[in-house]
Write a protein that binds this ligand. Structure first.
Ligand code: NAP
Length: 511
C-alpha cells in the first residue's frame, strides 16, 4: 500500500468537524472498533483536541490476536535477514519523517521539540540496530562431550508478543519492544497509552509501508482496563512486554503468573544524582537540570533526588536556584522553551499533592511549588520547576515517584552514606555520581543498586545498544533494548545432532 492510500485510510477527516480519526490496525487493515466509539486525543500544552481514536473492546483484541496467530505461522519461517530488510526500511522511513514525527510527539505528549527529536532518533537507532540483528541472532555452538556429535543452541520466537506501552516515550519504548520482537519472528499485538495514540498510528503506518506482512503487527487503541487487560488475559498471547507504573505492572504480573505467561516489566524509578565534595559543581548543575526538569520530570529515569555532600550543598543550592529561575516554561513546539507541560490534569494534581506533602513533612521549599496559570499557560497543564532542600531520605517526596518537575536535595556526610541513601528506595532504575576521584567512582559503580549508573552525567541518556531496565521494584529482571532485549522475545532451543550411527548416552558413555 502506498503512503497516500495508507494515510487516507488511517487518518480520516470528517467534513463536519475536521476532527482527525485514527483507526485500529488489524490484519493489515485500518478498521474501526466493534464498539463504534471514539475518545479524544488532547494537546497537554493548550487543551486543543488533536483528534479521535477508537475505544476498543475485548472483541477487537480477539480479532487482533487471531490475525497475529495466523500471520506468525509464516513470519517465523521468513529468514531473519529477510525480516531485517523490512526493519532497514522502517529505519529509513523513520529517518525521512523525523521532523513530522517529532512535531506530532510534542503536540500530543508535551515534551519540548528538541527532546522529541531525540526520542525519534532513538527509534531510528533501534531500527538500524535490530535490523543488524537479523544477520546475527547469535546462539552458541559448543563441543559435545561425545564423539561424532554436534551441539548448538538457537533462538526461536516465543509466538505472539502483547506490547503495552506508556505515554512518556511513545515511540522510543515502542521501538525497544516491537523491533526485537519482530526481528526474532514474533507477531505483535500492541496497545499504546491512551494519551499518545497518534505516535503509535504513525509508527504502524511506517511498518505497513515498509512491507511488514498483514497480521504481523496489530495495533488496538483503547483503555488499559479493557484493551490492556484483554491482551494480558488472552491465552494465545505468549508474552507481555509492559512499561508503565508499578501498580499496573504488579497487577499484570499476578494476572499472567496464573497462565505461566512470560512478562517483561519495566516500571518506575526514584533516581538520584550524587554530588561529592570534589565534583565539578557546574557540570553537576547541568546534569541535574537536564535530568530533573527535562520532559517536565516525566521520565522513568528523572533525577528526583540530589544526594549532596554537605560541604558543597549550599553552593549547589544557589547555582541550581539561579539556573532554575532562567528556565522558560511553555508549549514545547516553541524552540526556545526549556520545560513543557505535564501530561494531564490528574498528573498536575498528583504532583501538587506531593509538593504539599513535602512541605507538611518539613522539607524546605527553595523554589517552585505551584501550578502555573499565567495567560499563556492557563489552557495547558504546567507545573513550576520545584526544588526542595534539607530533605530526609525517609520523607515521602524522597521515597515515592512524583513524575513531575520536582527534585529534592538530601545532604550526606560521605560516599558511604550517599550510597545508602541512593539504595534506600524501593526502585532501582538509574543513579549517577559526580566526582573526580577515580577510587570513589569505582566504589560507587560497584555499590549503587540500580540497573543503570552514570558517572559525571545526569540520570538519563541511555543508548539503545545497552540493556535498559532496573533492579528491585523497577522490574522483574528483564531488559528492554540492547542484545538483552532478544532474551525477552526468544526461547532458547538446544539441539544435539548425533552422527556416530550408534546410541550415545551423555554422562554415561563418555566415562
Ligand atoms: P500506566 O498508567 O501504568 O500505563 C502504562 C500502560 O498500561 C498504558 O498503556 C495503560 O493504558 C496500560 N494499562 C493501564 N491499566 C492497565 C491494566 N489494568 N491492564 C493492562 N494495561 C493497563 O503508566 P503511565 O502513566 O503510562 O507511565 C508512567 C509510568 O511508567 C511511570 O511510573 C514511569 O516510571 C514508568 N516508565 C518506566 C520506564 C522503564 O523503562 N522503567 C520507562 C518509561 C516509563 P492507558 O494509557 O489506557 O491507561
Amino acid at each position: 500500500m502506498n503512503n497516500q492510500t495508507t494515510t487516507q485510510q488511517a487518518f480520516k477527516e470528517t467534513n463536519r468537524d475536521q476532527v482527525k480519526k485514527y483507526l485500529n490496525y488489524i490484519n493489515g487493515e485500518w478498521v474501526a472498533s466493534v464498539s463504534g466509539k471514539f475518545s479524544s486525543n488532547v494537546n497537554p500544552a493548550n487543551g486543543e483536541i488533536l483528534g479521535e481514536v477508537p475505544q476498543s473492546t475485548k472483541e477487537d483484541i480477539d480479532l487482533a490476536v487471531n490475525a497475529a496467530k495466523k500471520a506468525q505461522k509464516s513470519w517465523r519461517l521468513v529468514p531473519a535477514p529477510e525480516r531485517a530488510e523490512i526493519l532497514y526500511d522502517v529505519a529509513r522511513l523513520l529517518k525521512q519523517r523525523k521532523e513530522d514525527l517529532s512535531q506530532i510527539l510534542t503536540s500530543e505528549m508535551g515534551k519540548v521539540i528538541s527532546e522529541a527529536r531525540g526520542e525519534v532518533q532513538e527509534a531510528i537507532d533501534m531500527a538500524y540496530y535490530m535490523a543488524g540483528e537479523g544477520r546475527r541472532l547469535f546462539g552458541d555452538t559448543v563441543p559435545s562431550e561425545l564423539r561424532n556429535k554436534f551441539a548448538m543452541s538457537v533462538r526461536e520466537p516465543v509466538g505472539i508478543a502483547g506490547l503495552i506501552t506508556p505515554w512518556n516515550f511513545p515511540i522510543a519504548i515502542a521501538s525497544w519492544k516491537s523491533l526485537p520482537a519482530l526481528v526474532s519472528g514474533n507477531a505483535v499485538v500492541w496497545k499504546p497509552a491512551s494519551e499518545t495514540p497518534f505516535m503509535a498510528a504513525e509508527f504502524v503506518k511506517i511498518y505497513e509501508e515498509a512491507g511488514l506482512p498483514e497480521g504481523v503487527m496489530n495495533l488496538v487503541f483503547g483503555s488499559g482496563a479493557v484493551v490492556g487487560n484483554a491482551i494480558v488475559d488472552h491465552p494465545d498471547v505468549d508474552i507481555i512486554s509492559f512499561t508503565g507504573s508499578n501498580e499496573i505492572g504488579r497487577q499484570i504480573n499476578e494476572q499472567a503468573a496464573g497462565m505461566l505467561k512470560r512478562t517483561s516489566l519495566e516500571m518506575g524509578g526514584k533516581n538520584a544524582v550524587t554530588v561529592l565534595e570534589d565534583a565539578d559543581i557546574d557540570l553537576a548543575v547541568d546534569g541535574i537540570l537536564w535530568t530533573a526538569f527535562g520532559t517536565a520530570g516525566q521520565r522513568c529515569t528523572a533525577c528526583s533526588r540530589i544526594i549532596a555532600h554537605e560541604a558543597i550543598k549550599e553552593e549547589l543550592e544557589s547555582k541550581l536556584l539561579e539556573r532554575i529561575s532562567k528556565l522558560k516554561i511553555g508549549n514545547g513546539l516553541d524552540e526556545s522553551v526549556d520545560v513543557g507541560p505535564v501530561i494531564n490534569q490528574s498528573s498536575l494534581q498528583k504532583i501538587d499533592n506531593y509538593v504539599k506533602i513535602g512541605v507538611k513533612e518539613g522539607a524546605k521549599l527553595l523554589c517552585g511549588g505551584g501550578i502555573l496559570t499565567s495567560n499563556s499557560l492557563e489552557k495547558g497543564h504546567f507545573y513550576a520547576p520545584t526544588l526542595f532542600t534539607d530533605v530526609s531520605p525517609t520523607m515521602t517526596i524522597a521515597q515515592e515517584e512524583i513524575f513531575g518537575p520536582v527534585t529534592s536535595i538530601i545532604p550526606v556526610k560521605n560516599l558511604e552514606e550517599a550510597v545508602e541513601v541512593n539504595n534506600s528506595v524501593e526502585f532501582g532504575l538509574s543513579s549517577s555520581i559526580f566526582s573526580r576521584d577515580v577510587n570513589r567512582v569505582f566504589q560507587a559503580m560497584r555499590d549503587l543498586d540500580t540497573g543503570i549508573v552514570y558517572v559525571n552525567a545526569g540520570t538519563t541518556g541511555a543508548e539503545i545498544h545497552l540493556p535498559f531496565g532496573g533492579t528491585k521494584g523497577t522490574g522483574n529482571g528483564h531488559r528492554d533494548s540492547g542484545i538483552a532485549a532478544l532474551d525477552v522475545y526468544t526461547e532458547w532451543k538446544s539441539i544435539y545432532v548425533d552422527y556416530s550411527g550408534s546410541l550415545q548416552r551423555a554422562q554415561i558413555d563418555n566415562r
